[in-house]
Design a binder for this molecule. Sequence first.
Ligand SMILES: Cc1cc2nc3c(=O)[nH]c(=O)nc-3n(C[C@H](O)[C@H](O)[C@H](O)COP(=O)(O)OP(=O)(O)OC[C@H]3O[C@@H](n4cnc5c(N)ncnc54)[C@H](O)[C@@H]3O)c2cc1C
Length: 414
Amino acid sequence: MRKILVVGAGQSGLQLALGLQSHGYEVTLMSNRTADEIRHGRVMSTQCMFHTALQHERDLRLNFWETQAPKMVGIGVSVAGPGAERVVDWVGRLDGYAQSIDQRVKMAGWLETFAHRGGQLVVHGAAVSDLDYFSRVYDLVLVAAGKGELVSMFPRNAARSPFTRPQRALAASYVHGLGPRPEHPEYEAAHCNLVPGVGELFVTSTLTTSGPADLLFWEGVPGGPADVFQGVVDPAEHLALTLSLMKRFTPWEYARTANVELTDAGGVLSGRYTPVVREPVAHLPGGGLALGVADVVVANDPLTGQGANTASKCAATYLRAILDHGDQEFDEAWMRRTFDRFWTETAGPTTKWANAMLGEPPEHVLNLLGAAGALPVVASRFANGFDDPADFEGYFYEAEKTEAYLSEVAGGAP
Ligand SMILES: Cc1cc2nc3c(=O)[nH]c(=O)nc-3n(C[C@H](O)[C@H](O)[C@H](O)COP(=O)(O)OP(=O)(O)OC[C@H]3O[C@@H](n4cnc5c(N)ncnc54)[C@H](O)[C@@H]3O)c2cc1C
């Protein structure tokens, strides 16, 4: 049976390793942390995932936490006015629910499953020199090591990477005790609060190590009033800053926080990174090749909540391509074809949308968001774009298309 090395035990690496293992491949997984280190460490993401990505997990029977995790059946959008009033507020229904399972829970659980099923687990932070050697021993080396140092082996694709510096300062808190949302009692939703010039606050539910919880996640415009988390090491101070920003800019969300407390000392995360697209193939010093997976090759800002979704879709695309390739050599042409398929089907449309959302919204987008409040069909289409960003092509980017779509919907409205 073919021997495959997967480096990195995150969403894409574990999903691929477990998928290949279930098809009888001899898989070695290199992780720089044990399952217990992941479980008891710091949170890594807010990881809200939508129907298609969750379905890839179900297809591999890896949806171990689906019944315990809260289900988000809509996307809520609010826009704050200059006086912190709520000038837009609606919820659009999703066709399939979204879920967030703390990656500490999921990756630790999947890693143990991989080992229990007989997979070879090597706990070691891989270096380029390791990969050089392993590329001679394995039929295929997949690098799924996220945004870590190994990305330096994959050259930046300048044409697909418009940014040279981070576009948001990120700060997430996992909390218990968030009060109910009185204004939308109809169903639970993931809420995006847009605060022009300041950034965005996302409020979503999750399943963490201590059970169901909520996430308060600020994306601050660099240098702006929400860019205040750098150098903050005390989790209590991190939460206090989060709440004070909510009080000032999104008081309707702050009103629910009277009883919140952090889920645990590892339940906060802050940082920033530059969105980037890289070349998919690494040429190792000894002549071997490695194929980049998910964040290694396409790392978008989490503003549109796509990275874990993209990682799941990337793993599904690569798994299909590996199975279809049978016993043939995994050469550079195959690697590039496989990445191109992922780029065309998933990463290209996702990157275009993520990058567009980082800019100041143009007038036609503000009109669209405003109209969605009165037209549930528009709200729902926008919400479902989180599952399939390719759909935005039809009505989001160009003012004429947005206007044509809105008049079509308004004309057809009962
Ligand atoms: C604050 C924040 C919020 C986010 N919110 C969302 C969201 O709501 N929805 C969404 O879809 N996405 C979200 N994302 C993005 C998402 O978490 C990532 O895009 C996704 O986890 C990427 O998966 P991956 O498999 O490529 O890498 P990762 O999940 O990063 O996994 C990589 C793994 O490789 C390991 N590793 C690194 N270097 C080495 C090495 N040399 N050797 C061995 N192992 C190594 C790492 O420790 C890690 O375990 C968010 C990200 C952040 C930072």
